[in-house]
Design a protein around this ligand. Structure first.
Ligand code: PA5
Length: 431
């Protein structure tokens, strides 16, 4: 389901470094399998696919069908690992200008007041037939205390109570959180909200295959069973066939050991931009500890060739680049013929956009290679629920292999606390 093309990066790595990295990656994978590495109590994301939970898929499918038949708007309220996986799958698999209901919107992923104000205005505005909009919210927070999410939820919950009354507002509110603890659980007890549980041993950025990701993805009308079983198939495959994952993780580790600082994750498929964003968070929060890790950044090509293309081609040589590509065309639209060929593009008439885009990718990879950028490629066979599920699991596995090579814990994020400490102090939070 994924083809890994790593050789154009490996030619920049010393053979001995690459060999050591392979040994480290094999050892890292065995730590994951034996559950004896750092943060081993957080390996529950593997159990999710090792023992598929069909009852959960059934429950999510039923609830999402009921919501889809009634909702105009479904608000996904969460930040970081609590929304990026859902957004990745939804952006990848929904048409960009979809018109089916409900419209999926995001909240709680920042503290921008203007965005929230406009969101409230949007849900407050009646439908074109004059009826009140039917709004549901899924608030997702494992800790149940994340300020961005809690502030947005407080605002939207108030609007919902005013709009529908307390009982109906509660019926339209679904919470995804840990089994116990956190303020969200207190609100669930107080108002009787529907609750989905995030297993204790699954961290935020590894949680897309729990209700965190699966419920919003299902409400968007995507076949979550296929997505989930794509991940289950990936689990089965990579338990037996470790080469690709180990070689990929070893290559990223060897790049770090060779002095590279940045992993620019680029795609020429606009609907995979959020998949790259999910990958960015997974890699960044897992790896970036004690002065280690490749800084993951996202490039949306070919758009960004007209912004950062120059510095990638010719700036400081500490950048590696990972292209996320798709083999199968996602559309068969072709270039039209133009009378008189005024714009000089008739040499492309009849060619598919997929073909032109593929050549733009190949030309870019070649150019960046000539500019001495080590490049990697992760090529999906196609963009389907199944392949996106497969991709999620493959990356969830490769990431901690790489982090164990760095001798760090892939499942914590101690550095994220620093901004919170400062912000709370500046806001005068009572201790
Ligand atoms: O990956 C992680 O653990 C984080 O990105 C969290 O998902 C993010 O901080 C949100 O946390 P919570 O779900 O507790 O609100």
């Amino acid at each position: 389901m994924i083809r890994f093309d790593l050789e154009p990066a490996q030619k920049y790595i010393d053979d001995a470094v690459m060999q050591d990295a392979r040994v480290a990656a094999a050892d890292a994978f065995s730590q994951i399998q034996k559950k004896n590495g750092k943060g081993a109590e957080w390996l529950g994301w593997r159990d999710l696919v090792a023992s598929p939970n069909d009852a959960l898929i059934e429950e999510i499918t039923e609830l999402s069908a009921a919501i889809r038949s009634d909702a105009d708007v479904f608000i996904v309220c969460g930040i970081g690992g609590s929304y990026l996986g859902a957004k990745a799958a939804i952006d990848a698999l929904k048409e960009p200008f979809y018109s089916d209901r409900p419209r999926i919107v995001y909240a709680g992923h920042h503290i921008g007041g203007s965005y929230l104000e406009h969101l409230i205005k949007y849900i407050d505005k009646p439908r074109s037939d004059g009826q009140k909009k039917s709004v549901y919210i899924n608030v997702i927070s494992k800790s149940g205390t994340t300020m961005e999410t809690a502030l947005a939820f407080r605002t939207i919950a108030n609007w919902m109570t005013e709009a529908y009354g307390q009982k109906e507002a509660a019926r339209r509110t679904i919470c995804t959180t840990s089994a116990e603890g956190g303020k969200l659980n207190q609100l669930i007890d107080q108002y009787g909200y529907k609750k989905f549980i995030i297993p204790d041993d699954v961290g935020g950025r590894y949680s897309v295959l729990t209700p965190v990701g699966l419920l919003p993805i299902a409400v968007a009308g995507i076949d979550v069973r296929s997505l989930y079983y794509g991940a289950v198939d990936a689990y089965k495959f990579y338990e037996e066939n470790t080469e690709d994952i180990l070689e990929y993780a070893a290559t990223r580790y060897a790049l770090f050991k060779s002095g590279y600082a940045v992993d620019l994750i680029g795609t020429f498929e606009p609907n995979l931009s959020a998949v790259c964003g999910w990958m960015q968070q997974l890699l960044g929060e897992s790896e970036g500890k004690n002065g280690k890790g490749l800084f993951p950044s996202v490039a949306n090509y070919s758009t960004d060739l007209h912004s950062i293309g120059q510095i990638v081609q010719d700036g400081q040589r500490n950048i590696a680049e990972t292209f996320v590509t798709v083999k199968q065309a996602q559309s068969d639209i072709t270039v039209a013929n133009q009378e008189g060929d005024v714009d000089g593009l008739n040499y492309l008439s009849g060619q598919s956009f997929h073909h032109v885009n593929s050549k733009a990718y190949e030309g870019t990879r070649q150019a960046h290679d000539e500019g001495k950028v080590p490049t990697l490629e992760l090529e999906l066979k196609n963009v389907s629920a199944e392949s996106i599920g497969w991709f999620f699991y493959a990356l969830e596995l490769a990431c901690p292999v790489n982090v164990y090579c760095l001798d760090e814990n892939p499942f914590d994020q101690p550095g994220v606390e620093q901004y919170k400490k400062n912000m709370f102090s500046l806001l005068g939070k009572p201790s």
